[in-house]
Design a protein around this ligand. Structure first.
Ligand SMILES: [Fe+2]
Ligand SMILES: [Fe+2]
Length: 157
């Protein structure tokens, strides 16, 4: 799947968003009431953004603010389209589909992939080994935990 970011819970939610977007597209093509489809799509998006933001906060992800800004901007645009739809502007439905398809494609391919790479790296293990250039041989190699604090893997004998 071209949108895969390889974090299973995030990928599942992306699939659901794309599925509800295509349901909306079909309902628009049929000319039927699109309220159930827009409701579902909105719920999926709101839940998904909140989920990603929780994950990023918990992982102390450095680009959280930048990523969250993109979510906020997209949510604002979606609300505008929905308000126009509610006021009987039928063109707003297809414009919403067009906007979200484009936005989701670019956002998942860049921002979500960057986030996912960071999360996968962090989930891989609590410790990593770093090599530093120290002035003494004993400083040349350190263990650090996920926050970057030094620790000794085993107490000295
Ligand atoms: Fe995102
Ligand atoms: Fe996402």
């Amino acid at each position: 799947m071209s949108h895969a970011v390889f974090v299973p819970d995030v990928d599942d939610q992306h699939k659901e968003i794309f599925a509800s977007l295509s349901d909306l597209q079909m309902a628009l093509a049929r000319g039927s009431d699109v309220h159930p489809q827009t409701e579902r799509l909105t719920h999926c998006i709101v839940d998904h953004f909140a989920h990603e933001e929780r994950l990023m906060r918990a992982a102390r992800y450095g680009s959280l603010k930048w990523h969250k800004q993109q979510h906020i901007a997209a949510r604002r645009r979606v609300v505008e389209f929905l308000q126009r739809l509610e006021h009987g502007d039928t063109a707003a439905g297809s414009e919403l589909v067009e906007y979200l398809s484009y936005w989701l494609n670019s956002h998942t391919r860049l921002a979500d992939r960057m986030m996912a790479a960071f999360l996968r790296n962090q989930r891989r293990g609590p410790w990593k080994m770093t090599f530093q250039a120290g002035t003494k041989p004993a400083d040349a190699c350190d263990w650090v935990d996920s926050k970057g604090d030094r620790f000794k893997p085993r107490p000295d004998a």
